[in-house]
Write a protein that binds this ligand. Structure first.
Ligand code: UDP
Ligand code: MG
Length: 479
């Protein structure tokens, strides 16, 4: 057995904003314990400079190790790589966004010393939206009924595993991994305790609704064949009802003679049966797909570099040290991409404005139609620019600041137009175009400010609960 007492495994995907704060908080929680430890970061193909930051942390501290993937392979693959890297007698798996509080690790270690192989802190649902909470509860109720292993609501991937538990997890050969199920499947003595849910320290969740839905389906299908059973039962009962219906029709014809056939009944039966057949085919297809995937024996991820393959040698390019990333992460190309997206969304919104204006013009006075079209296009522009251009969840305060960008645009383009026409003697139409183009970068910067102002950034993050961020319009959560 190794002398290393503790390995902390942290999958990271685009966590440049959070990683420094996380690392500092982790060391602050662990150093007083005086245990021999290592931190195994896995960069899951980040595009924001996370890998460079990890290289910097590894260069500064020999306890930090990292593996970087060649592209984004998903959190499951990143956790697998981290577990494979880890050498400690106990391994803690945790997220990089401080939603899993490092302060809980001493308590987890304590419980591990009492003989538990798995120690699972379970989050409550503080701060979750109602809809999300209801959906999660329903999902877990469904999972409990359908799955051959027990998955508990609130227990995520944050957990401590003993060395033998880690070895058991690693001994499972499947490449289509659903860790929540695997951790439950391996068994061993398990204990869990509750903690208060936290918001992300910085950056955003990578789990949109579609990703969550796919994850949910993966979970349901990975650990049982009950959906197939359900298909068999449904098929059976549909067949029995068809038989009963046929018998009833025969008796009816014998007693009352033949009547005009009921097309509606026929059509309903055909449509219902096709639906059931399609769903059943889909379910079978899912399983066949999984078999196909497993049969290819592809590795779950491809490694681009590790701390060992990329050690910092004398004369090698200087690693990015903590604090130096901001220029890299928010590079010029990033801003240019955002600007292009802003301009495209501008075209879309003009089309939206025109559509609303032309439509409403049929029923209400044209000035009201103009106001309605304008309002819809400003809100649409705000939402699209939040989600697509800046890539963040919209906030109510952001929406309140946003019209400022339109007002400045109107005033500045008006002033430019006036200058071009009256002083430079330019054609009125050309002048309007030139003024519009010149003012667009200013509108872009203002719109971006309206959307992002008041949010925590890596530098300003501090401790996660100290700096309140603006409340989002739609609350997100971790599963
Ligand atoms: N993560 C990852 N690969 C992915 C998505 C996420 O390694 O493709 C990491 C992410 O960096 C974070 C953890 O998994 O450390 C949890 O992700 P996130 O916070 O986005 O999920 P949530 O807390 O919203 O469920
Ligand atoms: Mg998170």
């Amino acid at each position: 057995m190794t002398a290393l007492q503790l390995s902390v495994v942290v999958p990271c995907f685009n966590e440049a904003e959070a990683i420094e704060t996380f690392h500092a908080a982790l060391l602050a929680a662990l150093e007083p314990l005086g245990e021999a430890l290592e931190v195994c970061y896995v960069d899951d193909g980040s595009t924001d400079g996370t890998r460079l930051l990890l290289g910097g942390l590894a260069a500064l501290d020999t306890r930090v190790r990292y593996t970087a993937f060649s592209r984004n392979f998903g959190k499951e693959a990143a956790m697998l790589a981290g577990l494979r890297m880890s050498k400690g007698a106990a391994v803690v798996l945790m997220d990089a966004d401080l939603q899993h509080p490092p302060e809980l690790i001493p308590r987890m270690l304590e419980l591990h010393r009492h003989g538990y192989d798995q120690v699972i802190p379970r989050r409550d649902r503080t701060g979750d939206g109602m809809l999300r909470t209801a959906l999660s509860h329903t999902y877990y109720a469904l999972v409990r009924r359908c799955m051959d292993v027990e998955v508990v609501d609130g227990s995520g991937d944050f957990r401590l595993l003993s060395r033998r538990a880690v070895d058991s997890v690693l001994s499972l050969p499947e490449s289509n991994r659903f860790s929540k199920g695997i951790f439950s499947w391996i068994g061993f003595d398990t204990v869990s305790f509750r903690y208060r849910n936290r918001e992300r320290a910085a950056g955003q969740s990578k789990w949109g609704s579609r990703r969550l839905l796919n994850y949910g389906i993966d979970g349901l299908l990975s650990f049982n064949n009950r959906p197939l059973r359900l298909a068999i039962y449904t098929g059976f009962w549909v067949f029995v009802s068809a038989l009963v219906y046929a018998l009833w029709t025969i008796v009816n014809v014998a007693l009352n003679g033949a009547e005009t056939p009921g097309y509606a009944t026929l059509l309903t039966a055909v449509v219902a049966l096709s639906g059931i057949q399609l769903v059943t085919l889909g379910v079978i297809g899912e399983y066949v797909g999984r078999i196909y995937h497993e049969a290819k024996h592809r590795p779950p991820y491809v490694v681009r570099e590790t701390d060992e393959s990329c050690p910092v040698r004398p004369g090698a390019p200087k690693p990015v040290l903590p604090g130096e990333l901001s220029e890299l992460a928010a590079g010029r190309s990033h801003t240019m991409r955002q600007f292009a997206s802003f301009v495209l969304i501008g075209f879309v919104n003009t089309a939206v404005y025109l559509a609303v204006y032309v439509l409403l013009n049929q029923w209400i006075p044209y000035l009201l139609a103009h106001a309605a079209g304008f309002t819809v296009s400003v809100i649409g522009s705000f939402l699209l620019n939040s989600y697509i251009t800046v890539g963040t969840a919209p906030t109510w305060r952001g929406l309140a600041r946003y019209p400022l960008s339109s007002v400045v645009n109107l005033l500045a383009s008006g002033a430019l137009l006036h200058y071009a026409v009256s002083v430079l003697d330019m054609d009125k139409n050309v002048a309007a175009l030139v003024a519009g183009v010149l003012v667009t970068p200013v509108s872009f910067l203002l719109a971006r400010w309206a959307i992002t102002s008041g949010r925590r950034t890596g530098a300003a993050a501090g401790r996660p609960d100290d700096t309140p961020s603006e409340p989002p319009m739609i609350k997100s959560d971790s599963r």
